[in-house]
Design a protein around this ligand. Sequence first.
Ligand SMILES: [Zn+2]
Length: 345
Amino acid sequence: MKKSQEYAWKILPELLNTEGISGNCGKIVELMEKKLKALKAKYEITHKGGVIIKLKGKDNSKVRVLTAHADTLGGMVKKIGGDGRVFIVPVGGVSPFSVEGEYVTVETVSGKRYRGTVVHNNPSAHVNASLSKEERSFENVSVRLDEKVKSAADVKKLGIGVGDYCYFDPRVEVTKSGFIKSRHLDDKAGVAALFGAVEYFARTKDIPAYETWFYISVAEETGNGTVSKLPQNCFELIAVDMGALGNGQTSDEYTVSICAKDSTGPFDYELRKKIVGIAEKNKIPYKVDIYPMYGSDAAAALRTGIDARHMLFGPGVDASHSFERLHRDSLNSTTALTVKYILEK
Ligand SMILES: [Zn+2]
């Protein structure tokens, strides 16, 4: 197990440093393919760009699906201002306050890349008296390009136009104390845990209890992730996605969070009890929690009409959709619970 946990921890910074906004995940999918080839794991790519890894089980009459999402939040160019500012709209749940001050890359459709910073339209403290009081929106916060541009025409000359993607710098930092600080731990940490499990079954002779599919989706943040290609005989569906920390929450950064209920309603009670039992039996540190403002690929998959029990667990991530942070302990627990669950009848 330790090797798989180390593998998940090792690949996470690489996943975080590879771009992939919902609707534009080519680079992150390419990286995952490289990893899967190195593990000699068989996989397929869906038309939508998702990755499915299938493992045979002791019982192949029904299928377990475990899903995590490789897509992240980002921005898209909405309009170019008269002074050369680039205005963006969020892709997924991005708040202006969570990206104000962030360095970005704007990528044109022809592949040209330009650097910039998300700042207020009138950002100097020595000039704007109301700067600290103004409520932020994507109308008064925009991208200041690091190019000599003074007009919309100057920006258009660079090739930048409406619909171009804007990547927020993840700013990955691994600390000696075992934290990873980065944007997009939601849900690249979940992807890392699933890859830890893929590594486990590639390396050991252990066989899953049932046929098992790892489904890495690429459009979860926009509600459109694990909604196709699900096998009709799927009987259990698990989303491995971040645990929500904050005031009033039970989850923390050092355990695996098991979600009893999110905004879409309670998860399957019997499956929750089974997963808690597996954590107890294997002495995996866990917390059961309720996420007040949360949806996932498990709920998205259920809306397609599949008749499966569903659950969600994952590493506790602080300051979600913002300046996120995760501790290694939490990822270790998630990887361990994933493997033990797959082995259990
Ligand atoms: Zn997520």
